[in-house]
Design a protein around this ligand. Structure first.
Ligand SMILES: *Cc1c(COP(=O)(O)O)cnc(C)c1O
Length: 408
């Protein structure tokens, strides 16, 4: 790890660009980006080197499953961007998807008979992991996303770890992560945070108490809706465990995807700034509309979670939700179908805007939807991922969508 320092925007440009990964051996000239190092076999000059090559070190040529410079450069860049990881002998493991990263982190820390506490707003496939964990004799229990007392009360002697997600990627609750992770640590629990929404530029996961920070790189790091990747970053203690688990499981990501991830990373700061600003503009506009019961956007003053967001976050992104005032599922479909600039599809964090309906009720175990205090008629939500289009076009689009909703 070179100790390349700088502000986050500078690190986005420089991180992971070691000369030995961007130039030919023995030449002082090099290119800007690490090339795609396609490799299964790594060749050794002689038997002595082959034997020495089995050294269990990061960044050493060995065999394709341990990666090559394309993957090492992305992992190193993510480590450098995560405050606290690089200085403490930590590191980043890459996975073929965000979900694989979550599964890898959870299986690193749990042992048979352990209990995992999971926030009730967790991403649906994270919740479904409970079924896999059950096969391994591990139990999953849920807690209310923002209720610290309920979380502490749910800890039992078999509880080993907690999986947090803040903001929740459908319903956008913001948890007091410093308080949750401090409570977890005091009881000997390991904290895993799904930090996909904010990423390291928006929320310093490890510095705020998480032991392992997980991201779907498919979203903001990729940023162009053309690759699937995940990462888990941790300090020395848990990085070694993640690494061991990933190697035993045979995890490796393709060098093409790693290079696309690196390319996306270079412009992530600018893209996030623009999509967060546009999302806030749209959230403000929606909050002023009579058809809208609630805007779930932590960046919006007065919205749920805004105070914690202001206290703990250094950035946002383009993802937020809103709930319609009454109406039907059919009317909501009419709204989405009327949109011209929003694609209809899963995922988020790309350069193009997307809209999907959200129906969280069946995806919650211990907290209700609609949220407490809401009118039960106000239950049809829509999640928007705001891209890089002109926000005026997106507002005009939503205006047309709301007209279709009133007719629907
Ligand atoms: C998309 C997503 C994931 C999973 O990422 P994939 O790369 O799609 O596997 C995990 N957590 C959150 C919050 C997500 O939105």
């Amino acid at each position: 790890m070179d100790d390349n320092k700088g502000a986050p925007d500078t690190l986005l440009v420089t991180a992971g660009r070691r000369a030995e990964w961007t130039g030919a051996p023995g030449s002082s000239l090099h290119v800007v980006n690490p090339p795609v190092w396609r490799a299964s076999t790594h060749l050794y000059p002689d038997m002595a080197s082959l034997r020495a090559g089995a050294a269990n070190a990061d960044g050493a040529f060995y065999y394709g499953r341990r990666g090559a410079p394309s993957q090492w450069a992305l992992a190193e860049a993510l480590t450098q961007l995560e405050p606290g990881a690089a200085e403490n002998g930590g590191g980043t493991m890459l996975y073929p998807s965000g979900l694989a990263a979550i599964a890898g982190a959870v299986l690193t820390v749990l042992r048979p008979r352990d209990v995992l506490l999971m926030t009730d707003n967790a991403y649906e496939p994270s919740r479904a992991l409970a079924r896999l964990l059950a096969d391994f004799g591990m139990e999953t229990r849920w807690f209310a996303p923002t209720d610290l007392a309920a979380f502490e009360a749910a800890i039992c002697e078999r509880t080993r770890a907690v999986l947090l997600e803040s903001p929740g990627s459908l319903t956008m609750e913001v948890a007091d992560i410093p308080a949750f992770t401090a409570a977890a640590r005091a009881r000997g629990l390991i904290s895993i945070l799904d930090n996909t929404w904010a990423g390291p530029l928006g929320f310093a996961a490890l510095a705020k108490g998480a032991d392992i920070s997980v991201m779907s790189l498919t979203k903001h790091v990729g940023g162009h809706s053309d690759l699937m990747l995940g990462s888990a970053t941790a300090g020395a203690q848990w990085y070694q465990g993640l690494r061991r688990q990933a190697h035993l499981m045979g995890n490796v990501v393709s060098p093409d995807d790693a290079v696309l991830g690196l390319r996306g990373l270079r412009t992530m700061g600018l893209r996030l700034e623009r999509s967060a600003a546009s999302a806030l503009t749209l959230a403000q506009w929606l909050a002023g509309r009579g058809e809208v019961a609630q805007v779930l956007c932590p960046m919006l003053p007065g919205a749920p979670g805004h105070d914690l967001w202001r206290r703990d976050f250094t950035g946002g992104c383009g993802l937020f939700s809103f709930v319609l005032r009454g109406g039907s599922s059919v009317a909501r479909d009419a709204l989405i179908d009327a949109l011209r600039h929003f694609g209809i599809g899963y995922s988020w964090g790309g350069f193009e805007s997307l809209a999907v309906p959200i129906d969280p009720a069946p995806l919650r175990s211990v907290t209700p939807w609609p949220l407490p205090g809401a009118d039960p008629a106000d239950r049809f939500g829509i999640r928007l991922s705001i891209g890089l289009e002109d926000p005026a076009d997106l507002i005009a689009d939503l205006e047309g969508g709301l007209t279709a909703w009133r007719k629907g």
